[in-house]
Design a protein around this ligand. Structure first.
Ligand code: PGA
Length: 248
């Protein structure tokens, strides 16, 4: 397969990731949402991944073993004397298959590119697929697409030498604002990310994230280079999330 073919064909399979963030407040509500999500009719070629808060992972895995689970973060540290940390070995043993790393909400709390590097290594070493979030803020976007690419290059350069990973392109100004990017522009960025990491021999699937909803999902998913969605708010609503999983 030539590189060009690889870059410009639409991904056949889709990855739809539910990022529940710091929700819901009770275990029973988490279980209800997990059961509803597990009940969404499967679509061939579409992989759904649910990322609940750590505290619910184990019991959701027990109650809904068919759900593929991800974590919303992962420690840089191995097992040992690291108070408050939850690392790859524990997560893997709880059934976690994916880990969101470097979400802008965590970066806003001080997470650095260096930590992203170590977290990607930690996830890969544990056999967990990293989902690295990248994306510019409004100021960078307003400065133009050259500024966006320069910013993304900086974030992408933190990705260590791993064979495979997922990158979620999430423009910060689009997250939780109801103001999604447009599919053509997000697709251009997705292809840029694939090209950048492709030259480093890293196999990457690129997701779009930021106010994804049932109305705009198909537009993003049909855009060459975009291989799925990272869904925040709409993943907490069963009907909306089901419509995104079924978007055509
Ligand atoms: P949103 O969040 O869908 O609520 O915009 C996406 C994300 O932050 O992962």
């Amino acid at each position: 397969m030539t590189l060009l073919f690889y870059l410009y064909t639409t991904d056949m399979n889709r990855l739809i990731v539910a990022n529940w963030k710091h929700n819901p407040a009770t275990a029973s509500a988490a279980h209800e949402l997990a059961a509803q999500t597990a009940g969404i009719e499967a679509v061939e070629g579409v992989q759904v991944v649910v990322c609940p808060p750590y505290t619910y992972v184990e019991t959701i895995h027990e109650a809904q073993p068919q759900l593929v689970l991800g974590s919303q973060d992962i420690s840089t540290q191995d097992i040992g004397a690291h108070t408050g940390e939850v690392g790859g070995e524990i997560l893997k043993n709880l059934g976690v298959q994916y880990a969101i790393i470097g979400h802008s909400e965590r970066r806003a709390m001080g997470e650095s590119d260096e930590e992203v590097t170590y977290k990607v290594r930690a996830a890969s070493a544990a056999g967990i697929m990293p989902i690295v979030c990248v994306g510019e803020d409004e100021e960078v976007r307003e400065a133009g697409m050259d500024a966006v690419y320069a910013f993304l290059q900086e974030q992408l350069s933190a990705i260590p030498d791993v064979a495979q990973l997922v990158v979620a392109y999430e423009p910060i100004w689009a997250i939780g604002t109801g103001k999604a990017d447009n599919p053509a522009s997000a697709g251009e960025v997705a292809r840029y990310i694939k090209e950048y990491l492709g030259y480093l021999n890293i196999e990457v699937r690129v997701l779009y994230g930021g106010s994804a909803n049932p109305e705009n999902a198909a537009g993003f998913l049909n855009e060459p280079g975009i291989g799925g969605l990272l869904v925040g708010g709409a993943s907490l609503d069963e009907e909306k999330f089901a419509a995104i999983v079924h978007a055509r």
